[in-house]
Ligand binder design. Structure first.
Ligand SMILES: C[S@@+](CC[C@H](N)C(=O)[O-])C[C@H]1O[C@@H](n2cnc3c(N)ncnc32)[C@H](O)[C@@H]1O
Length: 286
């Protein structure tokens, strides 16, 4: 998820109050609907290694959608999923057991705002998807991440560029443009306002920063429940910020699965990945 899922760069964000079960559900739905970027990004990462990465760290792993995509792409790699939430890591552990990956996937519960986990060392690849924006001091965590990379190791950060869109512009007919208004209100609250991490990554000690955008445009029956999870999350954040017409239209979508399935059939979204290699200067510092 940006997931992300959405995103501001502030410890006092709405994420602190997020229900972990609801977030886990959203992350899983996100991967089911928009997870093509995981295949594309992991294939792109693979082109940066002469031999496949062996040690991978997934920072802010959530339910492990990145962990499992990387485990599939790099079949001999061991992956350490790092997250502050035990609920999220339980999903990773259960998913690893279900996929027969217990030997290759480990978890560590760690609040990255407080410390870097000792177990995350000598990594060939550190992956952080929709998680940097949640940290109170991403500069420090990025320095720690580069210090944890082996010589020539690769760091990848992924963030959503925009909030995903599901609703036609003409919805609702009585006041077209609901989704645009929702996104504007959420932007005013700081959602999806994360930095472009390029300068932070460069300062942390890297060479050859590369950028790639992954867009999603998909029509599928699984879009509606994913849209419903997002819209419920938005409604929770926008209490008292919507006029009566928008509130009624939003409630009708969230509370009526058939209406949602009729209206929300397509997702449009976009993520950007930044890929950087640990620099020789960083070798000298460590
Ligand atoms: C939006 S989710 C992204 C999860 C996953 N990377 C994905 O793309 O689906 C962000 C994750 O970062 C974790 N997180 C937030 N702050 C953290 C912190 N200070 N230390 C470790 N993990 C943190 C959250 O628990 C959550 O699982």
């Amino acid at each position: 998820m940006s997931h992300h899922i959405a995103a501001e760069h502030s410890p006092a964000s709405h994420h602190e109050h997020e229900n972990p079960a609801a977030l886990a559900d959203l992350l899983e739905r996100d991967a089911a609907v928009a997870g093509g970027y995981l295949d594309d990004a992991s294939a792109w990462i693979g082109t940066h290694f002469d031999s496949d990465p062996e040690q991978i760290v997934d920072l802010g792993a959530g339910t492990g959608v990145g962990t499992f995509a990387l485990a599939q792409r790099f079949p001999t790699a061991s992956i350490l999923a790092v997250d502050a939430s035990r609920t999220m890591l339980n999903h990773v552990t259960d998913g690893a057991a279900a996929a027969g990956l217990e030997q290759r996937v480990r978890t560590v519960e760690c609040d990255l705002n407080a410390s870097w986990p000792d177990a995350a060392a000598d990594a060939d690849l550190v992956w952080a998807s929709s998680s940097l924006h949640e940290l109170s001091d991403p500069d420090r965590v990025l320095r720690d991440a580069f210090a944890a990379l082996r010589r020539g190791g690769v760091f990848v950060a992924v963030e959503m560029d925009v909030l995903p869109s599901f609703l036609p512009a003409e919805f609702p007919p009585e006041a077209p443009g609901l989704e645009q208004r929702l996104h504007a209100e959420l932007t005013a609250l700081g959602w999806n306002a994360h930095h472009d991490w390029a300068s932070t990554i460069a300062a942390a000690g890297c060479t050859s920063l590369e950028r790639r955008q992954f867009t999603t445009q998909a029509t599928s029956p699984t879009v509606a429940p994913y849209a419903g999870a997002w819209l419920a999350k938005m409604r929770g954040a926008l209490v008292d910020r919507l006029d009566a017409v928008d509130q009624t239209a939003l409630n009708a979508l969230i509370d009526d699965d058939a209406e949602l399935a009729r209206i929300a059939t397509t997702i449009r979204g976009s993520r950007t990945a930044l890929l950087a290699r640990r620099s020789a200067a960083a070798d000298q510092q460590n």
